[in-house]
Ligand binder design. Structure first.
Ligand code: ATP
Ligand code: MG
Length: 338
């Protein structure tokens, strides 16, 4: 099956007054139709930057993006502004964390939905209104006819998030990117919105990239997961395999710190010591997690660990998975060629 999106060696560098910040360093992943892929990792691991880079939503003068993002015959990183606008308008939709600031405060919910449907989906005003009401109903907004006339500030956070989902769904996108779309909501509303995203993804056959720092949410929502650390994917696989059989010390620590990721009865929160450092060097010269890893050894500090496949579609970038012979060969090879 051809992936809906194929990301190859994505790199993002921000040009800041203190020098370059290498936010994403060689990320690879595929996203297939109808599946929910979670990007998970702690704050600063590069999840948002990765998802924004996919359709070139990062501010151009302040960042450099390399690699490729294949989508429907286009490489989105090389596409024209015209193609990109069309893709963003109708094929790849985003829902962000803060729905209130993503909606226009001075316009009613209905007029914002109707505009999307007339401008981007080509409906006439009457069709757009009917479809808007349908969409609001579909995302669980009670009394949708009446709520068409509501302004964003008149709705709760959960209701605004539903409106955002309705807006994202309005054009029937092939891909939905939800960046911490539920983390500002209280737990019961969060669960409802997650169910909603799951339902609409399967109903519309959409592919979803679900960004979260919460592995507990991943467990109940996603099909596959890519764990990010320091701008890299350090482990990826089917959610079930990865939660049951995590290999990377970072994934293991993340699971321990997420009380409900694997085992409902586990309530102790185990923090990961140390913090994610800002990354300035561009090259893959060592394991990014080495400074915080209790199991790191010599080679982790001098060589970048390539992804190793540990089971079908489950791969891990960690030197612990290589045997002594391979490690020695890498070091010798380096000695001869440098
Ligand atoms: N505009 C920017 N200029 C400079 N550095 C940036 C910029 N945006 C993001 N970064 C840096 O890029 C790295 C990745 O940030 P990103 O926002 O993708 O993290 P995240 O995984 O989404 O975290 P969170 O869970 O907090 O949302 C961080 O080190 C961040 O400081
Ligand atoms: Mg983020």
């Amino acid at each position: 099956m051809t992936p809906t999106i194929e990301v190859l060696d994505l790199q993002v560098t921000f040009l800041t007054s203190e020098g370059p910040v290498n936010a994403v360093n060689g990320v690879n992943f595929e996203l297939y139709q109808g599946e929910i892929l979670a990007l998970v990792g702690e704050s600063g691991s590069g999840k948002t930057v990765t998802s924004l880079a996919l359709t070139q939503l990062l501010e151009a003068g302040r960042s450099q993006v390399a690699g490729s993002v294949k989508f429907g015959g286009l490489d989105l990183l090389k596409a024209s502004q015209r193609d990109l606008r069309a893709v963003r308008a109708t094929e790849i939709a985003y829902i962000f964390q803060d729905p209130i600031s993503s909606l226009y405060p001075a316009r009613t919910v209905g007029s914002q939905l109707v505009e999307i449907l007339t401008v981007n989906a080509g409906l006439n005003a009457r069709e757009a209104r009917t479809r808007s009401i349908d969409l609001l109903r579909r995302v669980g907004i009670p009394g949708p006819e009446r709520q068409m006339r509501a302004y964003p500030h008149q709705l709760s956070g959960g209701m605004c998030q539903r409106v955002m989902i309705a807006m994202a769904l309005a054009v029937n996108p092939r891909v939905l990117i939800a960046d911490e779309a539920t983390s500002s909501l209280d737990v019961s509303i969060q669960a409802q919105i997650l169910e909603l995203i799951k339902d609409v993804a399967s109903e519309y056959g959409m592919a979803v990239i679900f960004v979260t720092h919460d592995l507990g949410v991943v467990a109940g929502t996603a099909d596959r997961v890519a764990v990010m650390y320091g701008g890299e994917v350090v482990e990826s696989g089917q959610v079930r395999d990865l939660l049951r059989n995590p290999h990377h010390p970072y994934t293991q620590a993340l699971i321990k710190s997420a009380p409900n990721a694997r085992d409902e009865s586990q309530t102790e929160l185990v923090g990961i010591p140390g913090s994610l450092e800002t990354r300035r060097e561009f090259a893959k010269i060592r394991c990014q997690f080495a400074p915080r890893c209790s199991e790191s050894f010599e080679i982790c500090w001098s060589h970048w660990p390539r992804p190793v496949q540990v089971e079908k579609s489950h791969s891990v970038s960690c030197w612990l998975l290589s045997d002594e012979e391979e490690i020695l060969a890498t070091q010798v090879d380096e000695g001869l060629t440098s």
